[in-house]
Design a binder for this molecule. Structure first.
Ligand SMILES: Nc1ncnc2c1ncn2[C@@H]1O[C@H](COP(=O)(O)OP(=O)(O)O)[C@@H](O)[C@H]1O
Ligand SMILES: [Mg+2]
Length: 301
C-alpha cells in the first residue's frame, strides 16, 4: 500500500470521557485503516462510539490514548487543511438563506471569492441533482432534498474525505432508498473516501466497501467486513444471496456485541430491571450525546 492512499490510520485509539457520573469509555483500542476511495460504514447500537470516532477523525475530540493520522497528518493539521466535509443527521440549514445561500455560507466564511463561490455551489447542486432549486428556501424542500443540500454543502469544500453521521437516519424508507442509490452513484463518480454512520443493516450492506461493526461499553470494533459485492450496485441486488449473507454477518456481529453487553450488565447488577425489557433491541440505555439530542428535533417527511 502506497503511503498516499492511506486516508485514516488509527492505532489503539482510546477515549475516556470524564463525567459527573464517572468515566465513560467511549472508544477502546480502535485499530482502523481507511484507504483512498473506500466507503466505510460504522454500524452499532447507540452509545458504541460511532459519533465519537467520527469526531476524533475530524479533530473535534482528542483521543486519550493511541495514535491517529489523517492523510499522514495529525487530525489538527488535516482540519486546518480542510481535508474533510461533515454531514450531520439533521440537515442544519439556515432557514433565512436560500439553498444557494446555504451552500455559499461556509465559502464566504473561508474568504473564497464570489465567482468561485458561485461555481462551486453550481457544481455541488448538479452533483446532488438539485438544479433549479437554488432560489428556494430550505423549508420549501422535502426532508430528502434538504439532506441533499447538506451533502452538497459538504462537497463545496472539495473534501477528499466525507464524514457522514447517520445522514439518512430520519428519512422514510422510500426516500432513503432513493438517496442511497443516488449517493452511491455520486461516490462512484467522485471516488471520494466516505466514512458513514448508520443503524441500518441494508444501508450499510448496500453502500459500503467495508463495514465496521462496533459494540458499546467500552466502544470497540468487533468485526471488519470487506464487502464481497461488486462495486456497481443496484437496489435489486438486495435480494441476492450474496447480499443476504453479508447482511447476516453484520447482524451476527451486532448480536455478539449485544450478548457481550448484557453479560457484563448482568455481572454488574446481578439482575435485569424489568423496565429494560421495553427498550428497543439496538438502543440499550443510551446516554445521549449532544449530537443525538440535536438530532431528536428532526423534521420527518
Ligand atoms: N462529550 C461527551 N461527554 C461525556 N460522554 C460522552 C460525550 N460524548 C459521548 N459520550 C458518551 O460516549 C459514548 C459514545 O457516544 P457516541 O459516540 O455518541 O455513540 P454513538 O454515536 O455510537 O451513539 C456514550 O456513552 C456517550 O454517552
Ligand atoms: Mg451518534
Amino acid at each position: 500500500m502506497e503511503d498516499g492512499s492511506r486516508v485514516v490510520e488509527a492505532r489503539k485509539v482510546d477515549l475516556v470521557f470524564e463525567t459527573a457520573d464517572g468515566p465513560v469509555h467511549a472508544l477502546s483500542e480502535i485499530d482502523l485503516e481507511i484507504n483512498k476511495g473506500d466507503f466505510i460504514s460504522l454500524i452499532g447500537p447507540s452509545g458504541c462510539g460511532k459519533t465519537t470516532l467520527m469526531r476524533v477523525i475530524a479533530d473535534l475530540e482528542k483521543p486519550t490514548g493511541g495514535e491517529i493520522k489523517i492523510n499522514g497528518m495529525s487530525p489538527e493539521e488535516a482540519r486546518l487543511q480542510r481535508a474533510y466535509g461533515y454531514v450531520f443527521q439533521s440537515p442544519a440549514l439556515y432557514p433565512w438563506r436560500t439553498v444557494e445561500g446555504n451552500l455559499k455560507l461556509p465559502l464566504e466564511i473561508m474568504g473564497v471569492e464570489k465567482a468561485e463561490q458561485r461555481k462551486r455551489a453550481a457544481e455541488a447542486m448538479e452533483m446532488v441533482d438539485l438544479i433549479g432549486f437554488e432560489k428556494k428556501f430550505p423549508w420549501q424542500l422535502s426532508g430528502g432534498m434538504q439532506q441533499r443540500v447538506s451533502i452538497a454543502r459538504a462537497l463545496t469544500f472539495y473534501p477528499d474525505l466525507l464524514l457522514m453521521d447517520e445522514p439518512f437516519g430520519a428519512l422514510d424508507e422510500i426516500v432513503r432508498d432513493q438517496l442511497n442509490e443516488h449517493f452511491h452513484k455520486l461516490w462512484e463518480q467522485t471516488q471520494k473516501t466516505v466514512v458513514f454512520v448508520t443503524h441500518s443493516i441494508p444501508e450499510a450492506a448496500y453502500l459500503s466497501t467495508k463495514i465496521v461493526v462496533m459494540s458499546p461499553r467500552p466502544g470497540k470494533i468487533i468485526d471488519v467486513i470487506e464487502s464481497p459485492l461488486p462495486e456497481k450496485r443496484t437496489l435489486d441486488m438486495r435480494e441476492t444471496q450474496e447480499f443476504l449473507e453479508l447482511s447476516h454477518r453484520i447482524r451476527e456481529g451486532l448480536r455478539a456485541g449485544h450478548s457481550y453487553d448484557w453479560a457484563k450488565y448482568l455481572k454488574w447488577t446481578g439482575s435485569v430491571p424489568h423496565h429494560l425489557f421495553r427498550l428497543q433491541p439496538y438502543s440499550p440505555l443510551p446516554r445521549l450525546s449532544g449530537m443525538q439530542l440535536q438530532s431528536t428535533s428532526i423534521l420527518r417527511f
